[in-house]
Design a protein around this ligand. Structure first.
Ligand code: DC
Length: 207
């Protein structure tokens, strides 16, 4: 069984994807982390994330980079969003994601284009959304908990900028697959969102 979980930054898709993977006993891939690694490697190379050649060169990042805590930062998220507009980068990361999706027994992948490009045949497709206000408040709480000095306004502005870039790019923009079920987590806490996602997935699997 392949489960695709797509949605914008801080919508709760990562939490939901991890919980679905645990529930169904499937391996999970956070595909955003791959783009974050490319963005970070590009910066380490002294490259320009808006330049397709520099971004493509950074796709040869070492796997050890995926374990770096710095990849979780807002700065890495911004770099990831910039390198991810290049079709060359998306192509370079395609095989790795596709192979993960097709492994025996199935998998859960979360990202932006899993249900539309990476695994259009997925058995379950969730499109997780939440208002900018709800997402900014969550991210703000996370950042403050890790001691980062940011304001709510800065986070909201950053989210809005990344949403605009992720949805308006030509290559595999963030868009719900036609057969995806939309789950709005704006007014749900973690447990409610996870319970709803599991119920949707189980219903899809039964039908
Ligand atoms: O999910 P995330 O915030 O870690 O993703 C970081 C950036 O990577 C996001 O702004 C867009 C890009 N991305 C993408 O283009 N396609 C994916 N499947 C996953 C992430």
């Amino acid at each position: 069984m392949i489960i695709a979980v797509d949605g914008p930054t801080a919508s709760g898709k990562g939490t939901i994807a991890r919980a679905l993977a645990a529930h169904f006993g499937l391996p999970h891939l956070d595909t955003g982390l791959l783009y974050r690694a490319v963005g970070r490697q590009c910066a380490l190379n002294g490259g320009n994330p808006d330049d397709p050649f520099d971004a493509l060169t950074a796709c040869a990042f070492p796997d050890s980079l995926l374990a770096e805590p710095e990849l979780r930062s807002e700065a890495s998220g911004g770099l990831a969003s910039r390198v991810s507009v290049h079709p060359e980068v998306r192509q370079a990361l395609f095989r790795r994601q596709r192979q993960f999706a097709l492994q025996t027994g199935g998998a859960v992948l979360d990202g932006r284009d899993i249900g539309t490009v990476i695994a259009p045949e997925a058995d379950v497709k969730l499109f997780v959304v939440a208002s900018v206000e709800a997402r900014a408040a969550r991210r703000f709480a996370e950042m403050r908990a890790t001691g980062r000095d940011v304001t709510l306004d800065e986070i909201a502005a950053d989210l809005a900028e990344r949403d605009a870039r992720d949805t308006s790019r030509n290559a595999a923009p963030l868009v719900a697959a036609k057969d995806a079920v939309t789950l709005d987590t704006s007014h749900l806490d973690r447990d409610q969102a996870v319970a709803r996602a599991i119920a949707i997935a189980e219903e899809r699997v039964r039908s």
